[in-house]
Design a binder for this molecule. Structure first.
Ligand code: ARG
Length: 566
């Protein structure tokens, strides 16, 4: 497809003597008019002519130079229509030739994108919010990988902070009463809840927690640190089970604790920039100039301990030094908008010109049927249970639909995980999502299973053709000339990836795949691929296989498995 737009644009550049980068093609609102349109208004000034006249004159010249593309002037617009068999041949052949790399490019070569994703907290269950960050972040990383960027996915684990003092104090008192070895996360959760129930009535508990955290921050490698290390290891192995099921891995797992040895120099650097002040004993950066009500960024508390923000500042400096990133994307829920605004304002006040490269890629909340969950009150949904449930329900549905599957459990796991992942990516990320099993797992409608099912249908056509020995001979592209809407949509895939990456918005890809799947299914319903005249079967099978390549590549980027039967 790009071959056609390139040809049109360079012919236009030649005819008008304008620079290529000043020329843009649009998609006509009415597809009957053509595949691409060029509005002539912007030329009126330089050429001193009315736009319709310009369109007419350009059409004549372009018709001669552009082969296989019909040019027509409609009022102030030039419309271009690619000859149908030429379009089919070009799009289908380029998809089949590239295969699993169709849509990939080198546009990002030499540029590094850092993605801060997942980042659950030690000693607490991973939440549906962390799942969303994992899924969105991994999709954004794969999008950039496909476009040739160097990417670094960092899991910024929450393994530091005053809550560890509380946990250590709680473990000290009631550790015997829970089963830390076999069921670590619920055990730690229980202790956390109990701590909060009892801290008000028992000041010694609060004191013990504060002392423990001070010891942790002091860097002393004593018993407190040993407990902390153990909690971290237990939690990480729990998280890894979720990551394995989702097929997600990280380039770096650098928890907040990793930045411990960078904290002093981080604070010093900000002090040296001359923007810090003392406020009620704490060291802060005032952000009043960005908004009367904007709270200051606190770097050190009165007792000398650091905060979440201090560690994030240390992390961003570390990342900048290491990667000189093009963008550093923080895939974190919208409830931390203020935190990231504050960080960016601090960089801004320090006069760092790369401040705009730090971007908060925020997302909405997931509302489970139970309502909003809170770790404090111990009312939580465990992610493993959600995934188990998805797998179980999907297996049930599949068994009902297709009794011939050899391994329904394996397919059920693919469909179950795919359904959950797709659901997290389906709508614009800033939107909240209400999670209902009926909607997530439906085979019809805007769901992952629907796209997976489309893929399985295409795979089945391919299998049947191979079994019948059809489709390896002649290919008559005339036979698919009338399917140009579908073919144009396939040809659009590379540009969808580019936009989705630049907007850090995987929903552009999910929405594209949903629309494409609808087109594919109605195409399958209305035309027979196998058992036709050789050239016809050849062309239709090539089109079906191109559809399969695009659906499979798109699902791969989203992190949704593409089953070949279901
Ligand atoms: N652990 C944090 C939380 O669960 C998220 C961390 C996000 N990343 C960051 N660099 N602040 O709320």
């Amino acid at each position: 497809m790009q071959a056609f737009t390139d040809a049109i644009l360079s012919a236009l550049a030649q005819e008008t003597s304008l620079a290529l980068e000043d020329l843009n093609l649009e998609t006509p609102r009415n597809p009957e008019l053509g595949d691409f349109a060029f509005p002539c208004f912007p030329l009126a000034k330089t050429l001193r002519k009315a736009p319709p006249k310009i369109a007419q004159e350009l059409a004549e010249g372009l018709t001669k130079t552009l082969k296989g593309i019909e040019v027509q002037a409609t009022g102030p617009y030039l419309n271009f229509r690619i000859d149908r068999p030429t379009l089919a041949k070009s799009v289908i052949e380029s998809i089949l030739e590239a295969g699993s790399t169709f849509g990939h490019s080198e546009q990002g070569a030499g540029k590094t994108i850092v993605i801060d994703l997942s980042s659950p907290n030690i000693a607490k269950p991973m939440s549906v919010g962390h799942l969303r960050s994992t899924v969105i972040g991994a999709a954004i990383q794969r999008l950039h990988d496909a476009l040739g960027y160097t990417t670094v996915g960092i899991n910024h684990i929450g393994d530091w902070g005053s809550q560890f003092g509380k946990l250590i104090a709680a473990l000290d008192r009631w550790g015997e009463e829970v089963d830390l070895e076999n069921d670590p996360i619920p055990a730690l959760l229980k202790l956390y809840v109990r701590y909060h129930e009892e801290e008000e009535a028992d000041p010694t508990l609060k004191e013990a927690a504060a002392t423990a955290f001070r010891e942790l921050e002091s860097g002393v490698d004593g018993p407190v640190r040993a407990v902390w290390r153990k909690m971290t290891a237990l939690s990480l192995s729990e998280f890894d089970r979720v990551y394995a099921r989702l097929g997600v891995s990280f380039d770096e797992v650098r928890g907040e604790a990793f930045y411990e040895s960078y904290l002093d120099q981080t604070v010093q650097r900000i002090v040296d920039a001359g923007i810090t002040e003392e406020s009620e004993g704490a060291l802060v950066v005032s952000l009043k100039q960005f908004g009367e009500n904007l709270p200051p960024c606190i770097l050190r508390k009165t007792d000398g301990t650091t905060l979440y923000a201090t560690r994030d500042l240390a992390a961003v400096f570390h990342r900048w030094e290491l990667y000189s990133f093009e963008r550093c994307l923080y895939v974190v829920g919208g409830d931390q908008r203020l935190h990231f605004r504050q960080l960016k304002h601090v960089l801004d006040r320090m006069g760092l010109e790369w401040e705009p490269r730090m971007e908060h890629v925020d997302f909405g909340m997931v509302r489970l049927p139970e309502g909003r969950m809170s770790t404090r009150h111990g009312k939580v949904v465990f992610l493993q249970d959600v995934l188990d449930e998805a797998s179980r329900r999907a297996t049930e549905v599949i068994k009902e639909k297709n009794a011939n599957l050899t391994d329904p459990e394996a397919v059920g796991e693919m469909v179950g995980m795919g359904a959950v992942v797709f659901n997290d990516l389906k709508r614009e990320r800033v939107k909240d999502i209400a999670f209902t099993w009926e909607e997530v797992l439906a085979f019809e409608g805007d769901t992952g299973p629907y796209v997976q099912y489309t893929h399985a249908r295409l795979a089945s056509i391919e299998r049947k053709a191979a079994a019948a020995g059809e489709g390896s001979g002649k290919c008559d592209f005339e036979a698919v000339a009338a399917d140009s809407t579908l073919i144009l949509e396939l040809g659009r895939y590379p540009s969808v990836l580019v936009r989705a990456a630049s907007e850090a918005e995987p929903s552009l890809l999910t929405q594209y795949l949903l629309g494409l799947s609808r087109m594919i299914n109605s195409w399958i319903a209305q035309c027979r691929v196998l058992g036709q005249e050789e050239g016809v079967t050849g062309a239709r099978l090539a089109l079906a296989n191109s559809c399969k390549v695009v659906v499979s590549n798109g699902l791969g980027i989203l992190g949704v498995p593409a089953p070949t039967e279901m």
